[in-house]
Write a protein that binds this ligand. Structure first.
Ligand code: ATR
Length: 274
């Protein structure tokens, strides 16, 4: 039997998820078939239900449907409930659609394991307060940083997001202008959508230095302006390719019961991206 999966989004044509999961299938010797599915906000829920009725085992959900996916699921993992968004749906044997969010685990795995940057007792800055930022808050705080500070164009949204998670650790929020005069951060994560439009948040140079890691959650062939800025401050910069691969590995683990050795997938993916 071939287990079937898909990624649902809009647009979806450029998603790398099918390539990543097919590669995981080869690496773990699992017979899987993984496709892309386009939906609209009006058709999303029915698309998931139809996919389940066709006998498929699960699906990934990407922009702009991660919040809508919460409503489609009959059970939620603690991570998905906290994040208020679902990126992985498991069609359980008992017939229920179970929602998970593996984005934060993927980000943390990439930072801690692949980039070898422990987060414990570190100063971490998260840029943005939308769905992508919210999805990674709990897994970041689980690593016990000294501080997780959220900075956003709309300061009130950063403050609200911080207050939603204050039971999990030392977290604060504010506007970009409040970063002036802040000491250096060990890790700076860009979870705004501004890289997609070729821009970057207004950041003071003093917050990044040669020992900082600057992490852009988007990925592409070229450095984003945020990555270029951080390199000009002497920091190490990386894009979100590793997060894509690691969140996919967490999804694969939920569906197939085995976590692929992601290290083996990177050379092939870099080749495909170049
Ligand atoms: P996602 O689900 O990808 O997080 P989102 O929920 O629309 O998308 O959130 C987009 C984030 O990018 C927000 O933090 C937004 O800031 P605001 O809350 O002030 O809107 C941020 N963002 C978008 N465009 C931006 C820009 N030009 N400069 C700075 N931040 C920007």
């Amino acid at each position: 039997m071939i287990n079937r999966y898909t990624v649902i989004g809009q647009p979806i044509a450029h998603s790398l998820s099918p390539v990543v999961h097919q590669l995981f299938g080869e690496l773990t010797q699992r017979r899987i078939h993984y496709t892309r599915t386009e939906a609209s906000p009006e058709t999303f829920a029915q698309t998931v239900i139809d996919w389940q009725r066709s006998g498929a085992q699960g699906c990934n959900v990407t922009a702009p449907f991660k919040e809508l996916a919460v409503e489609v699921c009959e059970r939620l993992s603690p991570n998905a409930r906290r994040a208020g968004s679902v990126n992985t749906i498991h069609m359980h044997r008992d017939g229920k659609r179970v929602g998970h969010n593996t984005d934060g685990l993927g980000l943390v795995a990439d930072i801690v394991v692949n980039q070898r940057r422990p987060l414990e007792s570190k100063r971490v800055l998260l840029l943005g307060a939308g769905g992508a930022a919210r999805g990674v808050m709990a897994p970041l705080l689980a690593k016990q940083p000294a501080l997780l500070h959220v900075a956003n164009r709309t300061a009130s949204k950063a403050e609200q997001l911080a207050s939603l998670f204050e039971d999990l650790g030392p977290v604060s929020g504010g506007g970009f202008e409040q970063l002036d005069g802040e000491p250096v951060f060990d890790v700076i994560i860009n979870a705004t959508t501004v890289s997609m439009n070729g821009g970057m948040p207004p950041l003071p140079d003093g917050i990044a230095s040669h020992h900082s890691l600057a992490y852009d959650m988007t990925y592409g062939r070229q450095d984003t302006p945020f990555m270029s800025w951080s390199k000009s401050c002497g920091a190490t910069a990386c894009n979100g390719l590793g997060m894509l691969v690691e969140q996919a590995a967490e999804s694969f683990l939920i569906w197939e019961g085995v976590r692929p050795k992601t290290r083996m997938a990177f050379p092939r993916l870099r080749e495909l991206l170049s």
